[in-house]
Design a binder for this molecule. Structure first.
Ligand SMILES: [Zn+2]
Length: 710
């Protein structure tokens, strides 16, 4: 780890040096707007420069997403986590109350703002459009770029955060507290932080605008397997001509084509000519790079030609990062980077390509504050993952990667985040530093099955090899904190925080199917096709068979049950007030009796009503009910996207086998380890923001729901 550390060699502080500024401007993707942009880049870039602080206090907060307090306690007691034990001996190990719902976006938003979701508006990974009922990824709203004559860009793409409230680093920054905020979830797009630097985390997407679309090419894929997977992959069959196959890498959607398509589809009276044009445009909707795969059968290796480069691949060895340029037209190109992994070149050829990450020195829209910060880190550290969802959960879940490959990749994801944090620790331009690593969450999602013999995907042989995968990653977290402590000045306070805990996910529950059976949702006609994550990004169909004129409630996301409310939903039929309240009572009471037909086990531990758990200006966006499931049960993937397939409870036969979203908030607390004792037995993640403000002697806003722990 230390070998990759580079001290801060930038004497000019966070201000852009003239050469960096020049390079930055040359790299602007939207050449036509360069001159306009230059005027706005200059003052912003220099605003952060403030090397001397007026504060003597120093505070570091390290977040490990999903770190479970019971597992930490167990492994501390067994002597496996010596650094956590040393810290816990000073300030204690505490369950840290999570949010409604117990999910990363909600909980980290409460961490940043000190308030409940009713005041910050992030309730779930997904939100829905109350006009169309369609689900969409929450946290951000996107505005595509605009083009003149379908060619010349006249506005850059805009991504707007939907999070309300104010981050503690913004509040503290206004009072002169210097901050370094690193890959905290719900910090994309980056906000302006006075006296601070911020590198965005989730939901920073890949180049396709998704949470991570991997590509998988193989000679042994059938035609039926080709296409998009349920969760974020593009599968392509390799047809060898001798030892050579030509195929393509699917890149970003072409915004010019999308603009043309949008205009055509919006036309009234579409004729045959239009239909032909639409079909033609649809075939060009994504920018693609030609890919030539050459198979050396004798040596069991392969080379890949892509974007003017030839990459030699050996089985099992991940390639270097490969720069990729996707040309939208003569004026615009989008820069990305990806890694390749040749999985097999023996009897069949199988090639994996990682999601195309944004290049930190050429992102399509800013991914840090100041805007140059991500590129400066790239200059110092080299390539690092920028995708918010940095771990390869989707290929493992879809059976296109094995556990060995997943774990190797996971450690690299951990180390990428860790090296950024250590670099910024050593830069010493902060009074408060916050860094979040999410590999702890991903390893539990994917490997929980191998710690739980009752899980339908438990495999004794695999468990012998990978049953300690979660424990090993917790130990990696412990050694990282030990290393970090060596870099801290005496007197620096440290908090280790997680946003929620974890549970086994043995059985999936189709909440919408239950709503249909109980008559709260009415469907007609044929069962629609299975929903795919890709549908969220590619204009898929949802709720095709739902009769909204007779539907009172629908489930979406991780345990959210929305009422079809008159005046809110476009075809709402439930009146707000008494009718809605009676429906909430009725559905909650029935849900609490829902039992597993296999053995009568109760499935739902708690149902939370909106007005009991949220307060604030965004409460109108919350679901009427939030379901909290018992250990072992989670809403099905199809429920999250609004689907209602046959059956209510079925075995979870996916490798994604541990979870937290949709479980009862009361049993899903995160963990807090503090370097000095706290003043309560029941700390909440909403308490971190006020703790930081008070630590720096700043007033705690009376809008906060949390209280200072020190
Ligand atoms: Zn998670």
């Amino acid at each position: 780890m230390k070998g990759t550390m580079i001290g801060d060699r930038h004497p000019s502080g966070r201000c852009l040096s003239p050469d960096l500024l020049g390079r930055h401007l040359m790299n602007m993707r939207f050449v036509a707007v360069t001159v306009l942009a230059a005027a706005s880049v200059l003052p912003i870039a220099c605003r952060g420069g403030d090397p001397e602080s007026r504060y003597s206090q120093k505070l570091v907060i390290i977040g490990f997403d999903g770190m479970d307090p019971d597992l930490v306690r167990q492994w501390i007691d067994q002597g496996r986590l010596p650094t956590f034990k040393k810290l816990a001996d000073q300030g204690g190990l505490h369950p840290l109350q999570t949010t409604h719902s117990p999910e990363s976006p909600t909980a980290w938003a409460s961490f940043a703002t000190g308030v409940n979701a009713g005041k910050h508006n992030i309730y779930d990974f997904l939100v829905r459009d109350t006009d169309t009922y369609f689900p969409d990824l929450g946290m951000v709203r996107r505005e595509p770029p605009k083009f003149l004559f379908n060619y010349i860009p006249t506005s850059r793409p805009k991504i707007i955060s939907t999070r309300g409230g104010t981050s503690f680093w913004v509040t503290a920054g206004a009072a002169g507290v210097r901050s370094s905020i690193l890959t905290v979830p719900v910090t994309f797009p980056p906000e302006e932080v006075l006296h601070g630097e911020l590198l965005s985390g989730l939901p920073l997407p890949d180049i396709r605008g998704t949470m991570g679309t991997f590509s998988f090419y193989a000679t042994d894929l059938s035609r039926y397997e080709e296409g998009s997977t349920e969760m974020g992959g593009i599968l392509r069959r390799l047809v060898m001509d001798g030892d050579v196959a030509t195929t393509e890498l699917v890149g970003p959607p072409n915004p010019v084509i999308r603009q043309q398509l949008q205009a055509l589809r919006a036309k009234s009276g579409i004729d045959d000519q239009d239909r032909k044009k639409i079909a033609e445009l649809e075939s060009q909707e994504d920018v693609r790079l030609p890919l030539t795969v050459r198979w050396n059968r004798g040596a069991k290796t392969a080379t890949v030609d892509v974007d003017g480069q030839t990459i030699a691949l050996e089985p099992g060895k991940t390639s270097r990062w490969i720069d990729l340029e996707f040309r939208i037209n003569f004026l615009i190109r989008i820069h990305g980077m990806a890694q390749m992994l040749l999985m097999n070149a023996d009897s069949e050829l199988q090639l994996y390509i990682s999601p195309v990450n944004w290049k930190p020195d050429h992102p399509p829209v800013p991914m840090s504050y100041p805007e140059s910060f991500a590129g400066e880190l790239f200059d110092r550290l080299g390539y690092y993952r920028t995708l918010g969802w940095a771990e390869a959960t989707w290929p493992l879940n879809e059976g296109r990667m094995n556990e060995d490959q997943f774990m190797e990749d996971l450690y690299k994801a951990f180390d990428d985040r860790a090296q950024v944090i250590l670099n910024r620790i050593d830069a010493r331009k902060w009074d408060v530093l916050v860094g979040v690593i999410e590999s702890t969450d991903r390893v539990q999602h994917m490997m929980w099955r191998l710690t739980d013999p009752k899980h339908p995907m438990y495999d004794a042989a695999l468990a012998a090899r990978h049953g300690d995968a979660i424990e090993r990653l917790y130990r990696r977290a412990d050694t990282f904190v030990a290393e970090l402590l060596e870099h801290l000045e005496p007197g620096t306070q440290l908090m280790i925080v997680s946003d929620h805990g974890f549970h086994s996910w043995r059985k999936a529950v189709n909440l919408n199917t239950w709503l249909v059976q109980q008559g709260y949702m009415v469907v007609q006609g044929q069962q629609p096709a299975e929903k795919k994550l890709e549908d969220l990004f590619g204009g898929g169909e949802f709720w095709e068979n739902v009769d909204w004129s007779r539907t009172r409630a629908y489930a979406m996301g991780l345990g959210q049950v929305y009422f079809n409310l008159r005046g809110r939903e476009s075809r709402g039929i439930v009146s707000p007030g008494a009718e809605s309240a009676a429906l909430a009572d009725e559905i909650s009471a029935k849900l609490l009796t829902l039992a597993d037909p296999a053995d009568g086990t109760r499935i739902i531990r708690n149902v939370y009503k909106r007005d009991d758990v949220y307060r604030g200006e965004f409460i109108g966006n919350a679901a009427e009910l939030q379901v909290g499931m018992e250990e072992g049960y989670r809403v099905s993937w199809q429920t999250t996207l609004g689907g209602s397939p046959q059956g209510i409870v079925y075995d979870n036969m996916k490798k994604w086998s541990g979870d937290h979203g949709g479980y009862d908030f009361a049993t899903t607390a995160g963990a807090l380890i503090a370097s000095k004792p706290i003043n309560t037995k029941e700390p909440s993640i909403m308490d971190i923001a006020p703790t930081v403000l008070k630590y720096f002697g700043l007033p705690v806003p009376n809008t906060y729901d949390g209280k200072s722990l020190w």
